[in-house]
Ligand binder design. Structure first.
Ligand SMILES: Nc1ncnc2c1ncn2[C@@H]1O[C@H](COP(=O)(O)OP(=O)(O)O)[C@@H](O)[C@H]1O
Ligand SMILES: [Mg+2]
Length: 256
C-alpha cells in the first residue's frame, strides 16, 4: 500500500500546489521512491507545472470515479515522477457525494507506487475531503497572516473528525514567512503555542520569489538554484514531511 500524503487547506494561495509538487519531486527524485502526484484541483496547476500542458492528455482523476476504467498515469518533466492529471470538470463529482468519492479514492490504495501525493482545491468538498479518508498524512501549508487562525480552526476540525475514523497524521507547514513581520510572528507564536504546536514542522518556508519562479518554469526550487537558501529549506521540509508518522496517537486526536 502506498504512503499517502494529502496536501490541503481551505484557503487558496497558501502554497498547496507548490508544496504538493515539491513533496512529490523530493520523494521521486531524491528519495528514489516510485511516486504518483494526483491533481484533484480543477485548476490543474500541479498538472501544468509538472507536465507543461494545461490539460492533461488522456486519463485524468475523473477516471477514479469510473470503476470499469483502468487507470493510466502520465509522465512528467520531473524525472520518473508520474501524474494522474486533473480535469476541468472534476467538480462534477461533488454531486455523487462523499461515499462515492471515498470509493473512487480507495483505488489509489491498490496501485503499485511507494508514495502518492494528492493536491486538492481550496473548497471543502468531496475533492478535498475524500482523499483524507485514505489516511496517511494531511500536510497543510499555513500562511501566517491574521486570517490564518480562523482558517486553521476549520481545517483542524476537519482533521479531528476524519482522524477519529482513519489513521491520519497532521503536519502544519508554515509557508510564505516574512521574517521581519511582527504580525506574522504573533500568528506563528499563537499556532506553535496552541495544542497543535507539536504538529508544526520546525522548518518554516519563507516568502521567496524563487519559489514562484521555479513553479513557473516547471521545476523544484532546488533545481532552479541548488545554492539558494530556499533549496535546502524546501528539500528539508519535504524530507521531514515524508518521514512524518501518518498515524496519530489517541492523545493528538482527542486534544483541543
Ligand atoms: N514560499 C513561497 N514564496 C513565494 N511564493 C510562493 C511560496 N509558496 C507558494 N508561492 C507562490 O504563491 C502562489 C500560490 O501558491 P500555490 O501553491 O498555487 O497555492 P494554492 O495551491 O494553495 O492555491 C503561486 O504563485 C506559488 O508559486
Ligand atoms: Mg493549488
Amino acid at each position: 500500500m502506498p504512503q499517502i500524503i494529502t496536501v490541503t487547506n481551505q484557503k487558496g494561495g497558501v502554497g498547496k500546489t507548490a508544496l504538493a509538487v515539491h513533496i512529490a519531486a523530493y520523494a521521486s527524485m531524491a528519495a528514489k521512491k516510485k511516486t504518483l502526484l494526483v491533481d484533484m484541483d480543477g485548476q490543474r496547476n500541479a498538472t501544468f507545472i509538472t507536465t507543461g500542458e494545461p490539460n492533461g492528455r488522456g486519463k485524468s482523476v475523473l477516471d477514479l470515479w469510473d470503476g470499469d476504467t483502468s487507470l493510466e498515469f502520465q509522465d512528467t518533466r520531473f524525472g520518473d515522477l508520474k501524474i494522474l492529471p486533473g480535469h476541468q470538470h472534476v467538480h462534477l463529482v461533488e454531486k455523487q457525494g462523499l461515499k462515492a468519492g471515498q470509493e473512487a479514492m480507495s483505488r489509489l490504495l491498490n496501485i503499485d507506487f511507494d508514495v502518492v501525493v494528492i493536491d486538492t482545491p481550496p473548497a471543502a468538498g468531496v475533492q478535498q475531503l475524500a482523499p483524507l479518508y485514505l489516511g496517511g498524512l494531511l500536510a497543510a501549508p499555513v500562511e501566517p497572516d491574521l486570517l490564518a487562525l480562523q482558517g486553521l480552526t476549520s481545517l483542524l476540525k476537519v482533521w479531528r473528525e476524519i482522524a477519529s475514523q482513519v489513521d491520519l497524521g497532521l503536519s502544519l507547514v508554515i509557508n510564505k514567512r516574512v521574517l521581519n513581520s511582527t504580525n506574522q510572528q504573533m500568528v506563528v507564536d499563537a499556532i506553535t503555542e496552541s495544542g497543535f504546536g507539536q504538529h508544526v514542522l520546525p522548518v518554516h518556508l519563507t516568502n521567496r520569489q524563487i519559489v514562484s519562479n521555479a513553479m513557473k518554469q516547471g521545476m523544484p526550487v532546488w533545481k532552479l538554484d541548488p545554492k539558494d537558501a530556499a533549496a535546502a529549506k524546501w528539500a528539508m521540509a519535504c524530507k521531514m514531511i515524508l518521514e512524518t508518522d501518518g498515524v496519530p496517537t489517541e492523545e493528538t486526536v482527542k486534544e483541543g
